[in-house]
Design a protein around this ligand. Sequence first.
Ligand code: 13P
Length: 217
Amino acid sequence: MSMTADELAKRQAIIDACRRMNALGINQGTSGNISVRHADGLLVTPTSVPYEAMMPDQIVFMAMDGAHAPHQKPSSEWRFHRDILKSRADVDAVVHAHPTYCTILAVMGMDIPPVHYMIAAAGGDSIRCAPYATFGTAELSEHAVRALEGRLACLLDHHGMIAIGRTLDKAMWLAVEVETLARQYHGCLQIGKPPLLPSDEIENVRQRMAGYGLSER
Ligand code: 13P
């Protein structure tokens, strides 16, 4: 397969991020998947390939209509990767994983409320939990796109989480931050009903972060 240096670098960055998900403990086995906008489509991880064995030419280039080389098998979650990149001009990377604390809250169908000011990094005063639908379906993709409206992260009921960003580094940073928030919220719930920050304070923090450079992550 011949490809430009830019495309090869993007493919390698996707593999490096997959391996980082495992090192960070936010992924379980091969259940995570990653995509990055490329040319008129996207580069997306292949289905069921262990990250240690993943090679750049196994990353699938997919056109926005879902077409790809017939010998390649994209992630079973290619629909929401494609639909998010199609509907969100502000975003160039999508990270999906099943981090433990995000998934605990998602099993309970819970949104993450503003328990900590860092929730503003995900774009607003909550991280919504999208309703359940079977993995890989158009229905799950529709739920995910809706839950991400005005946001950069969401949970998926009985499934996991999605973090998105202008770059893969930003989406990865946010994925780790959302798992931290989920863990903090879970911990608070062990003690009682956590007091929440008001929405106008989260908006205030969001604007400060823009000045501070956190929104640039
Ligand atoms: P892959 O198809 O990308 O291996 O992942 C499965 C999965 O995460 C379903 O949510």
